[in-house]
Write a protein that binds this ligand. Sequence first.
Ligand code: SAM
Length: 237
Amino acid sequence: MSKNVGGTLFLVATPIGNLEDITYRAVKVLNSVDLIAAEDTRKTKILLDHYNINKPMTSYYSYNEKARSPQLIEKLLAGQSIALVSDAGTPGISDPAFHIVQQALENGILIIPIPGPTAFISGLIVSGLPTDRFVFEGFLPLKKGRKTKFESLKLESRTIILYESPHRIRKTLTEIQNYFGNRNVVVARELTKKFEEIVRGPIQLVLSELEKKEPRGEYVVIIEGASRKSNLDISSG
Ligand code: SAM
């Protein structure tokens, strides 16, 4: 094993809504680093202000990560320590981090995870669907590859987890019903926030619940695996 060089890259999980969902260690690390690389510096500033953390920030998001990674690596090699945070939850989970992690590894830089919230884990554990085996698919492809993805997941026996936006939630659930039949699904909305809501039941009934008001906020969709019959009556709360 080669010896690490330079500073440390910390991948720090931050809240997915409720600002209190942050670990003591995350606050300590954010307070100790030389620089915070944030997906959206304005959003992260709200969190930093809440915890009286005053540190220089730079942006690191999907459109600049390839260009920004070498610049951050240079700082790390010069001995600086950097915390990477995303808008919400865990960096690298449907959020940028992959490029800098690859480059940090190539350069022998130490990477330390600071674990915390991830929306899909919170959704899964309250779903009532099996948690022993699951597959996280993140956002489905919007056009190319979407049909193939549904086809490939049709016989998946593990619980399937997706991320979805309010604009597409009804369309995606309708497609799931068309491909998978009237399976049990759970739609977890605005987790940890004021309007947190979890709707469980057969897709058809969940869809009719979603017709009652305009979808808003952020969604995790949890789908029962093929041939795993769970006991989920329609419930919302
Ligand atoms: N890195 C994040 C994580 O660890 O969960 C995910 C970031 S991804 C760009 C944003 C998506 O995550 C949203 O569109 C939604 O599907 C899901 N999400 C994030 N926060 C959520 C919340 N509070 N409730 C439900 N879903 C959420």
